[in-house]
Design a protein around this ligand. Sequence first.
Ligand SMILES: *Cc1c(COP(=O)(O)O)cnc(C)c1O
Length: 338
Amino acid sequence: MIDLRSDTVTQPSAGMRNAMAEADLGDDVYGEDPTVNRLQATVAERLGHEAALFLPTGTQSNLVALLTHCQRGDEYIVGHDAHTYKYEGGGAAALGGIQPQTVTFGPSGELPLDAVAAVIKADDVHFAKTRVLSLENSQHGRVQPLHYLNEARAFCDEHQLVLHLDGARMANAAVALNTGLESVAKPFHSVSLCLSKGLGAPVGSVLVGDQAFIHEARRWRKVTGGGMRQAGVLAAAGLYAIDHNVDRLAEDHEKAQQLASALTDVDGVQVKPGWTQTNMVWLDFETDCGAQLASHCEQHGVKIGASTYGVRLVTHLDVSAQDVMTAADVIQDFFKTR
Ligand SMILES: *Cc1c(COP(=O)(O)O)cnc(C)c1O
């Protein structure tokens, strides 16, 4: 099966499994797992922050960041369909008493800073306290440019807000910008990076920030049930991913470009123009054919996660350039025979 539903479907490679098998281990709740400690030090350094914390998932990493930055009755500003707001079960509200204040994403996946300014609340007993601005990069595969990130930080400093990045796929953004992880992560007070997406690890995310923030985040990780013991067996996969799988993301971006070009002139479907910036291709259908397309693809060896009027196709290290062209043919055939 050629699986284009997500870059989370990757299997750990032989080299990665080997690194996991050979990892030195200890009890990480005691801070004694050398491999976890090495992963945390490595990611902190690569992202240009003081300290880091290894967590099981990106959802928990974003949640722990919000629990650490906010008190009950505070709020965070977030995109209207940001992962942190829409796809994490309302965790910040459910578990932290932290209210989301949404802003509609702009046309490039940014949060327009004038729209953010308009929802910051005054110091008044009627209002929640606005504490955090949370951005996403990449946002639906779209890259946020460095000048915008720096503007967002200056804006937050001016308004005394904390700037958090849901950087699940920030490595894709950095590679697309042809820059290091550090320049994408540096403008933020805290950043959550997923190891289990395009970087190819089976499990894990890393949260970075300053020493005091990570010290407090470690407490919230334990409170939310994320204190793991011999977690170095997982951290080893993360270290392998950071060492071997960052630069190669360019290949996934190339495959996405090839897929987008192959589907550009197909009747009945439109490639969302300008959205193919990293490893995602977004298609819009002229009719409500998502379910039929998905079952056609499945019959021909291609897995996609279509909704009624569109689909997101994701390239990753377990699909080859040939696989991508096969998938394009299968999708083309569906629209030709309609
Ligand atoms: C995947 C993802 C996360 C975290 O998801 P987990 O499955 O909990 O690791 C957070 N934000 C974005 C944008 C994501 O794509």
